[in-house]
Design a protein around this ligand. Structure first.
Ligand code: SF4
Length: 460
């Protein structure tokens, strides 16, 4: 049963973020950006709909035959010397990484940012095992250096004032007397010096290509290039849903992902890794471990409708246009996945009873479904979760009693005809619509009075 606490926490975090005006303005900007990108897609691509349909068909096929395509990837990649490990959950993946690092005597590792790595909470777990992490991705680097929590999953650093970012980084790295160009040079030198001493890196994959046994890593910052080039051992963490059947489809996936993320034709840089290097000196790591993470994705697979969410390519468009997420941000979701995707997957990937309230933080405006390049009917999946919640009786106990009373009252004609009904409703059920909204008045005369009047019926 959804506890009062989880709902209360969600509301408290949401209220706090509602008052954060700079964050809200930033998200409004992001919203405008996505709307513009979305509106120009049809002119940008002559065959945008066809492109979407082909990618959706390919991914549908991949998810329906997931086991076959993953096994094919595993077989081909391992034949070329790569190593594939399966992890049922986050703890298994964490211990696999820690054990390998310890067995090789590695106590320092570089990390690039990704949602799957966030799922593993790798930058929290490794230091607990005496392995230090260097974040090479811009937002994570900023966060690590300044010990500042950031707000957005997509472009966190942009949610902070640029000058404040520069000053905080300069202060933390002892570069106060430098201008911006010198500060950037200082950061680059620092990262290169650090990477020269680091033997292992961990990154998240965008896709796994089944027919060539390939790993696809996309980036816009150049940090993944650095992670690959400097490391002897590379860990690639990947959800089992990231499989793509054929290399021929890749260009279409990349185009769609990039167009819906940043409005560009392709990501700035894409790496295709098909095997570890066999040479002593090479820009490719000599050992590559792919960790295939389930973490309840197979639980989502069991639900015929919700399974569609596994087509997601993490473009972030649905969150950017969501009117709820735009106002309340990531924090209330308390999960790696926030916004519309979070509302669909969190109940299955975490405790259903404690997270299903997120499905109610939705206006069902359908904007997420409209912008989704993978044709995922997100709002319908959110409704499915609500139905599931009703089946499992996941209400806060107090609300269940109140809703029953409200239903009883609204079905009683005499109660609704009473002159006090607005007063009674407002005083007893105001919390159901929240502080921000005005409880609607029941019209006077009531519907039943007007009905009787119109058809000259006798009141029962
Ligand atoms: S559900 Fe669709 S819009 Fe949302 S991130 Fe995934 S692919 Fe993008």
């Amino acid at each position: 049963m959804a506890t009062n606490d989880t709902v209360r926490n969600y509301l408290a975090e949401a209220k706090k973020n509602l008052k954060n005006q700079p964050l809200r303005s930033y998200r409004e900007g992001l919203y405008e950006h996505y709307r513009t990108v979305n509106n120009t897609l049809d002119t940008f691509f002559a065959q945008h709909k066809l492109l979407k349909d082909r990618v959706v068909f390919s991914k549908y096929n991949a998810i329906e035959k997931l086991e076959y395509y993953i096994r094919q990837f595993e077989f081909i990649f391992m034949r070329r010397g790569g190593k594939v490990l399966w992890a049922n959950d986050v703890q298994e993946a964490q211990s696999q990484i820690v054990n390998i690092l310890k067995s090789k005597g590695i106590n320092r590792i570089a990390t690039a940012n990704s949602k799957t790595l966030d799922e593993l909470q790798i930058t929290r777990i490794l230091p607990q095992n005496d392995i230090s992490c260097l974040s090479t991705e811009c937002n994570a680097f900023y966060q690590q250096q300044t010990k500042t929590p950031t707000h957005s999953a997509h472009y966190p650093i942009l949610s902070t004032d640029f000058k404040a970012v520069a000053t905080a980084v300069q202060k933390s790295m002892d570069l106060q007397d430098k201008d911006i160009a010198e500060t950037i040079d200082g950061i680059k030198r620092y990262l290169l010096d650090q990477m020269n001493t680091i033997k292992a890196s961990i990154v998240g994959a965008n896709f796994l290509i089944s027919d060539i046994g390939g790993i696809i890593l996309c980036e816009n910052q150049g940090n993944i290039t650095m992670n690959i080039a400097f490391s002897d051992v590379l860990f690639v963490v990947c959800g089992i849903d990231k499989i793509v059947p054929k290399i021929d489809d890749l260009e279409r996936y990349l185009t769609l992902l990039s167009a819906h993320t940043s409005g560009t034709m392709l990501p700035w840089q894409t790496h295709i890794l098909t095997s570890p290097s066999r040479e002593e000196k090479s820009d490719i790591p000599r050992e590559i471990y792919v960790i295939l993470l389930d973490n309840k994705r197979s639980e989502v697979m069991k639900h015929v409708k919700q399974r569609q969410i596994l087509r997601c390519i993490r473009c972030g468009a649905c969150a950017a246009v969501c009117p709820v997420y735009r106002h309340v941000g990531d924090e209330p979701y308390r999960s790696v996945y926030a916004g519309p995707i979070g509302a669909v997957v969190n109940p299955f990937m975490q405790n259903f009873e404690n997270t299903v309230h997120q499905a109610y933080a939705c206006t069902l405006c359908k904007q997420c479904t409209e912008v989704c390049p993978m044709n995922i009917p997100i709002h319908e999946l959110i409704l499915q979760n609500r139905q599931e919640a009703v089946k499992r009786e996941c209400y806060v106990t107090f609300d269940r009693t109140q809703i029953r009373r409200l239903r009883k009252m609204m079905l009683a004609r005499t109660a609704m005809d009473s002159t006090f009904n607005n007063f009674i409703l407002r005083n007893n059920f105001k919390h159901l619509v929240g502080d921000q909204r005005v409880f609607p008045n029941i019209g006077q005369p009531s519907f039943s009075e007007r009905y009787i009047e119109k058809y000259r019926l006798k009141s029962e």
